[in-house]
Design a protein around this ligand. Structure first.
Ligand code: ATP
Ligand code: MG
Length: 416
């Protein structure tokens, strides 16, 4: 099969130009060049390509360096993995949207010394490179050099699986070598509405006990990728049904269905990874969050956010009966992201109304008087400044002052 047409039609003019430059270079060096993996899958599915990995049967680092010396730009390398990133010169980028770098990797083989450990990597042939992959649908390659341009290489029947919507591992030890692949399988299954093959599903029970051997960083990365997907809820529900969340940490499995359902909302405030972590975990206790953190090593920022969201969620009733100024004082202690996210799961009623008013109006209300004005009135800088401004703001919020004159009268009174 030849895929030169989909390549020409679905890639931007920019990427095509880049491919031509790399093609010319490998042709003069006599090295076979391929697109492999997810990019081929998405090209066949007619999806937008979000990344683009070029694999060369040969030295990727030397190739990237020689491209940069001819066309400009910079190269960074990962010698251990024989991978290079060519940061493109400006003349190869038409606008800020176009890619700023091109990844080039050497075809390699991977072997696993221990279950769930990182593989030993050696440079190898494209045949090896295809066999190190997770699923048949991710093991397709398209050759790009010379007269081979567009040739599909399908060693493992990936095309059939792609057309039938099947996710299949390449060999029975696949999940034992790398248990993160079980999470990847579910991510592709829900993203493309595919099915994980029976034989592949049957390999999960044996690999489940190896999940605990995965490093915090690797398992968290998979969960991060899931939370970035539009279908994150179905992915989490499916992982839970397959008993793949509890082995990471039992608290991840005991989730609050209705909070999580909020993930489906297309509200812009929730379309980020952090809000999704909050929706997933905010009903946990402080101790449970700490305990999940021991397993996943959240970033300091996310950990703080999760604690803060859990606290607000647990204490949401504290706003009942408060004056607007008191609500503001309470809610100002939380980040906007935390408040917006918790707000999305509140049932209708007073608490919901108060959060809503805070978000849409109250948080923006400020007195007209500034620190500068106070200085002009002879107030010495110090805690009295903030206190005076806070009192004025509270008066606006509670309707005690309604215009600038009333504010100035109150100010005079306060400074007396
Ligand atoms: P996405 O669209 O989510 O980026 P992708 O298939 O491009 O999906 P990447 O994580 O970008 O996934 O990885 C690129 C390719 O590298 C995959 O298509 C797959 O062939 C291979 N790969 C990635 N992770 C693994 C893994 N854990 N085990 C084996 N092969 C993997
Ligand atoms: Mg990718």
């Amino acid at each position: 099969m030849n895929l030169s047409d989909p390549i020409e039609s679905s890639l931007s003019a920019e990427l095509l130009t880049l491919i031509r430059l790399v093609k010319t270079e490998v042709e003069s060096l006599g090295l076979p060049l391929f697109i492999v993996g997810g990019s081929v899958r998405d090209l066949v599915l007619g999806r937008r390509l979000n990344d683009f990995d070029l694999t060369v049967e040969g030295d990727a680092i030397a190739l990237a360096r020689s491209l940069a010396s001819k066309h400009g730009g910079k190269v960074t390398v990962h010698a251990k993995f024989s991978t290079a990133k060519w940061f493109l010169p400006n003349n190869l980028r038409s606008d800020a949207e176009s890619p700023d770098a091109l990844d080039i990797v050497s075809a390699r083989s991977e072997t696993y010394q221990h279950a769930a450990a990182l593989p030993t990597v050696r440079t190898g042939s494209i045949k090896d490179d295809i066999r190190r992959r997770d699923f048949t649908i991710n093991a397709l390659a398209i050759r790009l050099d010379g007269p081979h341009f567009g040739e599909l290489r399908d060693d493992l029947n990936g095309m059939d699986d792609l057309q039938n919507g099947m996710i299949r591992v390449l060999h029975p030890r696949s999940f034992i070598d790398d248990p993160t692949r079980m999470y990847r399988a579910v991510r592709y299954e829900e993203r493309y509405q595919f099915k994980i093959g029976e034989d592949t599903l049957a390999l999960i029970p044996e690999a489940r006990s190896l999940i605990e051997k995965l490093s915090a960083q690797r398992i968290r990365h998979e969960l991060d990728l899931i939370l970035e997907e539009p279908n994150a809820v179905s992915m989490l529900a499916r992982l839970d049904e397959m008993e793949l969340l509890a082995p990471i940490h039992p608290a991840l499995s005991n989730f609050n269905q209705s909070n999580l359902a909020t993930l489906k909302s297309d509200d812009a405030a929730l379309q980020n990874r952090q809000s999704r972590w909050i929706l997933w975990l905010m009903h946990l206790t402080e101790q449970e969050i700490e305990s999940v953190n021991v397993r996943l090593h959240f970033t300091a920022d996310l950990l703080k956010t999760l604690h803060s969201a859990a606290l607000l969620n647990a204490n949401q009733t504290a706003v009942v009966g408060l004056k607007p100024s008191q609500c503001v004082e309470l809610l100002d202690g939380y980040s906007l992201r935390v408040i917006e996210t918790v707000y999305h799961v509140l049932p209708n009623g007073e608490i919901n109304n108060k959060f809503s008013k805070y978000l849409s109006q109250w948080r923006h209300i400020k007195p007209k008087t500034t620190g500068h004005d106070l200085k002009k009135r002879g107030l010495k800088p110090g805690p009295k400044y903030a206190e005076t401004l806070r009192r004025l703001r509270a008066a606006w919020l509670d309707g005690e002052v309604k215009n600038k004159e009333e504010e100035l009268m109150m100010l005079t009174h306060l400074l007396r």
